[in-house]
Design a protein around this ligand. Structure first.
Ligand SMILES: [Zn+2]
Length: 282
């Protein structure tokens, strides 16, 4: 694994319109759902996109709404090759060619993507590896999902930790360990079991979603909040909601009840496919 552009960590920098404040990370879930996923993470000096489903036009629009620009991205990270995570990637690679922003993904995921005629600058890593992109330290960890070599990511800068974990059939002990000390957690809450049971998916599709390599249900997330959510997690963003088998208000209700059972001041946010979340400044 090549380590690129390691820079000095910023501890204090100027945020537009907010004056001098101690802030390390700027995070926005640009899109989240079974129809598409993309998340923006930045330090003062490094801007990355995790997963690239949006068209370049839509990505530009959503980034502009938070004062950012795809032409300034330093890297794109890919969790796995499913189309709801990579369908915008080939065009994005072409658009970022001049900037030479590499695509970070595992050795096994790279050949599983249809690159069409684009020639990506790849930074392939081994799942489980730690690497750096500028002043952003990245941990990758394997997740149980029916893709070639799927990973989730944790990002650290200046003592702040963000984790992005979607597309997994269950939460193994190793992932619970990786989520300790997370300040902002973006976690999948994909489906309601009852809605899935009576919903429109064919039987094999239902079995896939609820299988060990499928997606997390609201109930599993609720158990995680009750038993394992770290007290350091000030904000919990639940995302990758199924359009057919879930509803944002149901997620809010179930997760809210679980949070109420803990004496934590964790704020709950639901991420959507159609619009970006608020910008989280950490
Ligand atoms: Zn997937």
């Amino acid at each position: 694994m090549r380590i690129t552009r390691r820079l000095v960590l910023p501890h204090v920098f100027l945020l537009q319109g907010r004056g001098w404040e101690a802030a390390i990370l700027k995070v926005c879930v640009l899109a989240s759902g079974s129809s598409g996923n993309a998340t923006f993470v930045a330090t003062e000096r490094t801007r990355v996109l995790i997963d690239a489903v949006l068209s370049f036009r839509e990505l530009s629009k959503r980034l502009a709404s938070i004062g950012e620009d795809p032409e300034r991205l330093d890297a794109v990270l890919i969790t796995h090759e499913h189309s709801d995570h990579v369908s915008g990637l080939p065009v994005l690679v072409k658009k970022l060619k001049k900037r030479r922003a590499p695509v970070y993904l595992t050795h096994l995921t790279a050949p599983a993507i249809a690159w069409n005629d684009c020639l990506p600058d790849l930074e392939a890593f081994q799942a489980g590896c730690r690497f750096s992109i500028g002043d952003l330290d990245v941990d990758s960890f394997t997740i149980p999902h029916d893709a070639t070599d799927p990973v989730a990511f944790a990002f650290r800068a200046g003592g702040i930790k963000l984790a992005l974990v979607t597309d997994l059939g269950y939460i193994p002990e190793s992932i619970r360990y990786n989520l300790r000390g997370t300040n902002l957690l973006i976690l999948e809450s994909n489906h309601d079991l009852e809605m899935l049971k009576v919903g429109p998916y064919p039987w094999p599709g239902k079995q896939r979603v609820r299988g060990r390599n499928g997606h997390l249900s609201n109930d599993v997330v609720s158990d995680f909040i009750r038993d394992d959510l770290d007290s350091s997690t000030a904000t919990l963003v639940l995302g990758h909601l199924s359009e057919n088998n879930n509803h944002p208000e149901l997620v809010r209700l179930v997760a809210g009840q679980a949070l109420a059972g803990r004496s934590l001041a964790t704020r709950l946010v639901i991420a959507e496919a159609r619009r970006p979340t608020e910008v989280f400044i950490l």
